[in-house]
Write a new protein. Structure first.
Length: 317
């Protein structure tokens, strides 16, 4: 683990242990041994495992997960956690995010308010099953503006973070089936609302196609010039694709996010495991078709298939 540049290790240790700076320095230099309680306080504060530090894990890997029950889920807190992680990634000079896309990545949901609002209603109604949404229909006016503003910050930080994404048609199908189901169960007041959400997905994919051609993402806040975006590599693999696994390459460190129970992630900074996932994704890239900057024919064919899936649904409304 590396502290962000604006955080002082000695000040953090002194604050957590309620010590003077001089006493904190003695513990950092190893002149004064930490007692067990002090070690526990530091591990809890920095969110690291004492077992990992002491090397007692053996072949085991330590994961953390802050999941809560669906009924208690606070979406604003979830967004705050995503925003915090992205800011942490940006604190590294060398950084890159690799994403196996079983679904459309969360970062892309904020491409439009319509898509972000749909995901918000769908998750609260069918995934979290919150009572307030039990009979709630999709209404743009009832999607909180503050959530979308936070979402735009999330999107902007992702757009300025170098990344690679692994896609296939199934990556799209999940969201399209959600819209299908929401429509079939009466979740939309009007079929025009369903068409609006389908079209928001299509516009997202049209813009992703442009970013693929350029090999660069386009930021959404303040600085909208394409050249300020981050490098963007996209691979298509119609045979092999996992379950929304995310790898953050941060200098010499690695963080892996493994998706579970649809919405939550288990996270580890175990370097050996991170390097294993990195090697797996490199092999996946080698067995995939890169459609960013190159392979124009394959890129156009893939996105034509995507647009066909969406257009067929709009026509059936």
């Amino acid at each position: 683990m590396r502290l962000p540049a604006n955080i002082s290790l000695v000040d953090s240790v002194a604050s957590v242990l309620d010590l003077s700076v001089d006493s904190a320095y003695r513990r950092i230099r190893g002149e004064k041994a930490l007692d067990l309680h002090e070690a526990q306080l530091l591990c809890n504060h920095f969110n690291i495992s004492l077992d990992a530090i002491l090397g007692t894990l053996g072949s085991r890997i330590m994961f953390t997960s802050n999941h809560v029950s669906p009924a208690e889920y606070d979406f604003a807190n979830y967004q705050a956690g995503v925003l915090k992680s992205l800011k942490y990634f940006h604190s590294f000079e060398e950084k890159r995010l690799l994403y196996e896309c079983k679904d459309i990545p969360l970062f892309h949901h904020y491409h439009s308010k319509e898509l972000a609002a749909f995901k918000y209603f769908f998750w609260h109604k069918f995934l979290f099953r919150q009572e307030a949404f039990r009979h709630q229909q999709f209404r743009m006016a009832e999607y909180p503006d503050e959530l979308y503003e936070t979402g735009l910050q999330i999107s902007h930080l992702y757009k300025t973070l170098p990344s690679a994404e692994f896609w296939n048609l199934e990556s799209m199908s999940s969201t399209l089936r959600q819209i299908d189901f929401f429509y079939d169960t009466g979740g939309f007041e009007r079929k025009e609302d369903a068409a609006m959400v389908y079209n928001s997905v299509k516009q997202l994919m049209l813009d992703i196609e442009k970013e693929c051609a350029a090999g660069m993402k386009h930021p959404v806040i303040n600085d909208k010039m394409p050249e300020t975006g981050a490098a963007y590599d996209v691979y298509i693999n119609e045979v092999l694709l996992g379950a929304n696994t995310i790898l953050a390459v941060l200098g010499s460190s690695r963080m892996v996010f493994l998706n579970h129970s649809v919405f939550n992630y288990a996270v580890t900074s175990d370097l050996e495991f991170g390097l294993h996932i990195e090697n797996y994704l490199k092999n996946l890239a080698n067995s995939s078709t890169q459609i960013s900057r190159v392979s124009e024919m394959e890129r156009k064919a893939f996105f034509r298939s995507v647009y066909k899936l969406i257009d067929e649904r709009i026509e059936r409304l």
